[in-house]
Ligand binder design. Structure first.
Ligand code: PLP
Length: 438
């Protein structure tokens, strides 16, 4: 077998993205502007219908004020919590098994993170490392304001179960009263309208993923109350850096008010954006709050517009690769997640395997051996309680540790040829054989 060099997750950028970026650069408008707004409308349509080509410009009102594009998912996660009025007296439940941004956004808001372990070996059907929902239920207190679920690898969690839990705990939920400022007015209205713990989704991996709920296929972004997506360079859908926030209709709350607040939060609290200020004589603006700077630019939105055109094809190619890997792993007796089941259609973001019976040292040896043979791999994730910043006792999260200790993430991206997938599979077999001798 001839040696190949396989990167873990390079971006798939075609001439279409390059041409659109060049157009944006030549257009005279490179910061947040028409391309960002168009991407927001098209993402809103995609999230609701699953159609990535729908012409939103025939009915812009229908698709406006639904999605906010930002410079990262981390920003989207924090702004989701800020809009919800999450603050120092609140607790937010987060899975122990996720990336730091899920939890750090909570800390940035001054609230307390409560980690919940995952189910042993993950969800029984998909094997995705989803929270232990019984433990989640037990963790809820009268301080719990939100639960963040992570659709890891693009596999959609059991939102039905979590919505049932928060419904059953309505009596513990106390919405905040407004302090009279515009942000607090909105947060209080949202909390009062929902009247229960807010279900938030970290969908950094999961654009385009869906789950059948009440007999209907629903796309991520239209399932949880509030959702954040990542368009980071390694994600299925990229704008180099970028992300988006979205939310479901909330009775009694005007979507345009929510959208306006995201604009304020993401642009210094300034009540006119750069485009509005270009109108003749319209220089004057106010600062409503001393807020953040995390808007998306039209240059990066240009990448997103053309990625969205290609997106269904990209997700499909990932599924083909997953099917090939599944066969190899089944043959070798390795644990893998199930991305596409009766209820779930994943965005096919990560291919995670676990090797039964090995130690974490042996796992690391396999990773090194594969790297020597040219194949870059990764680990998603080292559980957050093990990280210095969170400093918790890992014994309190045994299922997370167990899931992680023998796990390797294989390369899964659309620049892989069939021959590359074959090569990776052979290298995996060889490395496992060398290290554990099976
Ligand atoms: C689960 C999860 N949440 C949040 C993020 C943060 O995304 P971003 O880099 O766009 O802020 C990531 C990034 O890898 C992630 O994997």
């Amino acid at each position: 077998m001839d040696r190949r060099k396989i990167n873990f997750s390079p971006p798939d950028i075609s001439d279409a993205e390059i041409a659109e970026v060049a157009e944006a650069l030549r257009s005279g408008w490179i910061t947040t502007g028409p391309r960002t707004k168009l991407l927001e409308r098209r993402l809103a349509a995609y999230i609701e219908t699953g159609d990535n080509t729908l012409n939103t410009e025939d009915d812009t009102d229908r698709w406006s004020n639904r999605v906010v594009c930002l410079n990262s998912a981390t920003a989207a996660e924090e702004l989701n919590l800020r809009i919800l009025g999450i603050g120092p007296k609140d607790e937010v439940i987060v899975p122990a098994y996720t990336y730091t941004a899920t939890a750090s956004a909570v800390i940035h808001c001054g609230a307390t993170v409560k980690f919940v372990d995952i189910q042993k070996d993950g969800d029984p059907v998909t094997r995705c490392p989803e929270m232990d929902y019984d433990a989640l239920e037990r963790s809820i207190t009268d301080k719990t304001k939100a639960i963040v679920l992570v659709d890891l690898g693009g596999i959609v969690c059991d939102y039905d179960r979590v919505f049932n839990i928060v419904e059953s705990k309505r009596d513990l939920f106390h919405p905040i009263e407004s302090d009279g400022t515009p942000l607090s007015n909105l947060s209080s209205l949202i909390q009062k309208s929902l009247g229960r713990i807010v279900v938030v989704c970290d969908a950094a991996h999961a654009l385009g993923a869906s789950r059948v709920i009440d007999g209907k296929k629903k796309y991520v972004g239209a399932i949880a109350d509030f959702t954040s997506f990542s368009f980071h360079a390694v994600k299925n859908f990229t704008t180099a850096e970028g992300g988006a926030a979205t939310w479901r209709e909330i009775e009694g709350v005007d979507n345009s008010e929510i959208y306006k607040m995201y604009q304020l939060l993401s642009l210094h609290g300034q009540n006119k954006d750069a485009l509005a200020k270009t109108k003749v004589g319209a220089w004057e603006y106010d600062i409503i709050g001393p807020w953040y700077k995390c808007n998306m630019t039209d240059v990066t939105a240009a990448i997103g517009l053309r990625q969205l055109d290609r997106y269904l094809g990209l997700v499909e190619r990932r599924e083909t690769i997953i099917k090939r890997y599944d066969k190899v792993c089944d043959g070798l007796g390795l644990f893998h997640m199930f991305h596409n089941t009766e209820y779930v259609d994943s965005s096919n973001h990560l291919y995670v395997i676990r090797i039964p019976g090995i130690t974490s040292e042996q796992r690391n040896e396999i990773i090194e051996r594969m790297a020597e043979l040219g194949v870059a791999t990764n680990v998603h994730y080292k559980p957050l309680p093990m990280m210095t910043a969170y400093g918790k006792d890992c014994n309190d999260y045994p299922n997370s540790y167990d899931y992680y200790h023998n796990l390797i993430t294989l390369p899964l991206h659309t620049l892989l040829s069939d021959e590359d997938v074959e090569y990776i599979s052979e290298v995996l077999k060889q490395a496992v054989n060398e290290v554990v001798g099976c």
